[in-house]
Design a protein around this ligand. Sequence first.
Ligand code: V47
Ligand code: SF4
Length: 391
Amino acid sequence: MDKTDILYSPALQTDSPELAAIARKVQAQERITDEDALLLFEKASLPFVGALANQIRERKHGDTTYFNRNFHIEPTNVCVYSCHFCSYSRIYAHRDEGWELSIEQMMEMVKKYDGKPVTEVHIVGGVHPKMNLEFFAELLTRIKAHRPDLHIKGFTAVELDYMFRKAKKTVEEGMQYLHEAGLDSLPGGGAEIFAPEIREQICADKIDGEGWLNIHAAAHKLGMHSNATMLYGHIENYAHRVHHMRRLRETQDITGGFNTFIPLKFRNKENDMSHVAESSLIEDMKVYAIARIYLDNFPHIKAYWPMLGRQNAQLSLSFGVNDIDGTIDDTTRIYSMAGSEEQTPAMSTAQLVTLIKQARRKPVERGTLYNVIRDYSDIPLEEIESNPLLN
Ligand code: V47
Ligand code: SF4
């Protein structure tokens, strides 16, 4: 082998034969096992996993880093569930602290973006006992009638499970109904950690891990795509993280419908788990890198910058990440309430493009399904800033 091969790089030098074997597997584009992933969490250094993840990212995407232009609608923060990590929901009994938007109010939000070059609306919120399947189907129909080109990515499996059960529909029937009303794809929320022993302690009353996977598989069967998240850095251990990713990888082998994996760092402000310390930046970067190495059948790994902060999101591009979500304005409250770096998350296209270019990557605006909308590499910053269709 040529001495310039990545296997000879200082980052990959190790005394551990097991780690060296994992590096060779990655080099040979072979799938790593659960034991390998566990070993990476336990024993590998950050440079080691970073070098491997970076190689995979480069192989899959070259220098392209994706972002999209979207806006969020959060119909309510009232929720029948009581996940201990959640800083966002207000239980139904305390409705006065919560908000509930009417269809008219949500349509006003959609209309605010008339003429603006957003391609996606992301709809996600608490599980309100009165906002039922018909209510959301009407919302979807109204949005599509107003703006047919807007991709609607909406509702976590947690919200869908509640809606379908209340409407006495099977998962397949409920999904078909919403899809026909205009739902295009599903976001990745609600996955948390699939392992029952952890789920019981952090979010006992909502849909379990297998139910979550089942809802996504049903969407995939209809030709819809979806994302997957993992809430990490609280009371789970490495084996729980590997189990979570294994169930995703197995499901993806069957359906092929997942687009993106989004690790979500647990933030500890103003929730029942405030006593749990947050993970270190080194741990965060290891999670991105190991996810990139293990999830060989997931096309994309996304860093959700409002949660991680823009500085660390930029750093994550060196640890396997090839997508940094979008130009969110002030329409999302979930993260600022949980103590994320970004109290009022908002970034213009020019700012996102700058962030990606500083990392020496190619900024590409994508649609929800990773169709290329525009390559920003050669567009001067002044032109982006002065053209409302670009910024
Ligand atoms: O499922 C709640 C998480 C998720 C906290 O698919 C918390 O493109 C950290 O899934 N600390 C919802 N995380 C958000 C979500 C998402 C976000 C952006 C893009 C996409 C996508 C999906 O937020 C919940 C939960 O895991 N969350 N509280 C907290 N204290
Ligand atoms: Fe409700 Fe979602 Fe918060 Fe859980 S994480 S309490 S389901 S809003």
